[in-house]
Design a protein around this ligand. Structure first.
Ligand SMILES: Cc1cc2nc3c(=O)[nH]c(=O)nc-3n(C[C@H](O)[C@H](O)[C@H](O)COP(=O)(O)OP(=O)(O)OC[C@H]3O[C@@H](n4cnc5c(N)ncnc54)[C@H](O)[C@@H]3O)c2cc1C
Length: 295
């Protein structure tokens, strides 16, 4: 198969790029491994155009239908390898097949590093464990909230969430220290800092309601923000020679072009971008238009 554009990743970034490119009358194939962060969203209240909110899976379904309506072909298949040929085209390989493309969009996203908690997926679906206060800080206004984070990143996340609630505890995990200045800053804003080791997760039925620490204390909360960072899906970028940041994220120019001609990046995988659906949409619109013009 030869296509104008191969899109790796069928989350919001990849699917919106597909909508635009298909409407530019380009042949488009989207390959998706089925692990979109977007699929974990119980309900998003900041996704533009949905005043009553929309669940991640429903949003993906709409975007898939929109891409298909204009002729994009979607495959629920992982791309295992990607290489650039001497004529400037790209060959992508799945377990069973190969596809040739004139341009490639990497919309492969990231995976959150999760705490070891029982029934984690259920807890995410119930909004008990959250990952993104930019997305849903509004939903925890005035609630008892815990943040699980490491070193300064955990401290920053706690300060961000403090805007929404006064009842806030930061559980500092991992090996990175918190400085004296950071401790003072937390104390000044009434953020409780817990450095004791977490020994148990308190549940009521299916719900996580607290964390017990090795000093015997039980810390109860209504929502837990996990702020342990993420892992970039950058294997294909490396294979094809795209320059990545140390984190694995992909720097792009203002047209979403990477360091390799013909390869673009959109969405959470982009270096120094805000991990938001609205941003993924914007990247996708820009990349697709740039690709169309380049073809
Ligand atoms: C619990 C939770 C709640 C959130 N709530 C909100 C919210 O309310 N509002 C908001 O704006 N944002 C929210 N976000 C963030 C939002 O989900 C992301 O910013 C958005 O999904 C990024 O889109 P993306 O397409 O870049 O990546 P993803 O949605 O992660 O999609 C990437 C896709 O690429 C696929 N892929 C990776 N490698 C390959 C490969 N080699 N071959 C084929 N496919 C591959 C993956 O399987 C995945 O399906 C939330 C995130 C989480 C985890």
């Amino acid at each position: 198969m030869i296509v104008d554009a191969l899109i790796v990743g069928g989350g919001p970034a990849g699917l919106v790029a597909a909508v635009y490119l298909a409407r530019f009358r380009r042949s488009v194939a989207v390959f998706d491994a089925g692990t979109a962060r977007a699929s974990l969203i119980p309900i998003s209240h900041n996704c533009p155009g949905f005043p009553d909110g929309i669940a991640g899976p429903a949003l993906l379904q709409r975007l898939r239908a929109q891409a298909q309506r204009y002729g994009a072909t979607l495959f629920d298949t992982r791309i295992d390898h990607l290489e650039r040929e001497s004529d400037g085209t790209f060959t992508a390989r799945t377990a069973a097949d190969a596809i040739t493309a004139r341009r490639v969009v990497l919309a492969t996203g990231v995976t959150d590093i999760e705490p070891e908690l029982p029934n984690l997926r259920d807890a995410i679906h119930q909004g008990l464990v959250r990952h993104c206060p930019i997305c849903d800080g509004f939903e925890v206004i005035g609630k008892r909230v815990a943040v699980l984070g490491e070193g300064s990143k955990g401290v920053d996340e706690a300060h961000f969430i403090r805007h929404f609630t006064e009842q806030l505890t930061l559980f500092s995990v991992g090996s990175r220290d918190i400085t004296e200045e950071e401790r003072r800053g937390l104390a000044e804003r009434g953020i409780q800092l817990v450095e004791a080791k977490i020994t148990d997760v308190q549940r009521e039925g299916q719900a996580i309601v607290g964390l017990r620490t090795d000093d015997g204390a039980l810390h109860r909360f209504q929502t837990l923000y996990s702020s342990l960072g993420s892992v970039a899906h950058c294997t294909l970028a490396h294979e094809v020679g795209v320059a990545c940041a140390a984190s694995g994220m992909i720097p792009t120019d203002a047209h979403q072009r990477t360091s390799v001609e013909g390869v673009y990046a959109c969405g959470d995988i982009v270096h120094d971008a805000l991990n938001q659906i609205a941003v993924a949409y914007g990247h996708a619109a820009i990349a697709a238009t740039s690709i169309h013009n380049s073809l």
